[in-house]
Design a protein around this ligand. Structure first.
Ligand code: FE
Length: 286
């Protein structure tokens, strides 16, 4: 069987939104243009040195039926939840939170000279795990392997595998790959992605060609854009005069009905009604 390169299917321009108590960010999944990239429900990119853009944070709020993945590039986010966990996520750290049946937490970016930068991704849970017990995988920067490929790319492996190196986040239903990739000028990087899995790249520095087999501007993606990749076996990235940095994320589609209401994502309307009732009655956190 011939190995098929994944090509860019859709280019998405992130949309400015105000979320939480007044945090300015850029959303590229979970918008009118790209409502759902099964199993990914949302991708937010926050990046600002102006405290007014982020200091209001995300005060106490619930989640049910999903996983939220916070990856901080600069600054610090303090968090606290109804299970008694609290801590902070700093530069290079990642938190993979499985909300399952219900969690209430706050996520507060701290005002610091370097501002704040990072991402939050929401990954859907299959019907059978929507009410599972909440779980955190907190990964400090030093525990995320950074490898240098033969082609000169530097890859932080958060989950999934690059060559022989596996990322520290494990046991996730969507069987995801989550990589932070830097490719220097005039270099290439190739990464296998399981066929049939949804995949995207989010280019946040520089530019590169993705999946192109030469010629013109086809496949050229400059920051800041999300590119949905078509199906295939691998993605090939090639830089010209400038470097590129991007997230490469893939996951197995659930192909289940979704009922979505803010921070709750379930399969049916009734389950959403139940979540709202639980919240009103104080029985949300099991
Ligand atoms: Fe949250």
């Amino acid at each position: 069987m011939k190995s098929v390169p994944r090509k860019i299917e859709t280019l998405i321009e992130p949309q400015p939104v105000i979320e939480g108590a007044g945090v300015r960010l850029r959303r590229s999944i979970g918008t009118e243009e790209l409502d759902y990239l099964d199993p990914f429900l949302l991708l937010d990119h926050f990046e600002s040195k102006n405290a007014d853009d982020y200091k209001a944070g995300f005060p106490l709020h619930p989640h049910r039926g999903i996983e939220t993945v916070t990856y901080v590039l600069a600054g610090e986010v303090r968090h606290k939840d109804t299970l008694g966990n609290s801590g902070s996520i700093g530069a290079g750290d990642l938190q993979w939170m499985t909300a399952g049946g219900g969690i209430m937490h706050e996520e507060m970016p701290q005002v610091r000279p370097e501002g704040i930068a990072g991402f939050q991704l929401w990954v859907n849970l299959p019907a059978k795990l929507k009410m599972t017990a909440p779980r955190y995988q907190d990964v400090r920067s030093g525990k995320i392997p950074e490898i240098k490929t033969d082609g000169g790319a530097r890859v932080r492996v958060i989950t999934g595998r690059v060559g022989e190196v596996a990322g520290p986040v494990a046991g996730i239903a969507a069987d995801p790959v989550y990589l932070d990739v830097k490719v220097p000028p005039r270099s290439t990087f190739t990464q296998p992605i399981p066929k049939g899995h949804a995949a995207f790249v989010y280019v946040f520095e520089g530019k590169a060609r993705f999946g192109a087999d030469g010629g013109g501007d086809a496949g050229l993606v400059s920051h800041t854009r999300l590119a949905v990749l078509g199906d295939g076996d691998f993605v090939k990235v090639a830089t010209e005069g400038s470097p590129v940095r991007f997230l490469l994320v893939s996951g197995k589609p659930l192909r289940e009905p979704i009922a979505r209401y803010g921070p709750f994502v379930m399969n049916t309307r009734e389950e959403i009604e139940q979540a709202l009732r639980d919240l009103r009655q104080g029985t949300f956190v099991k």
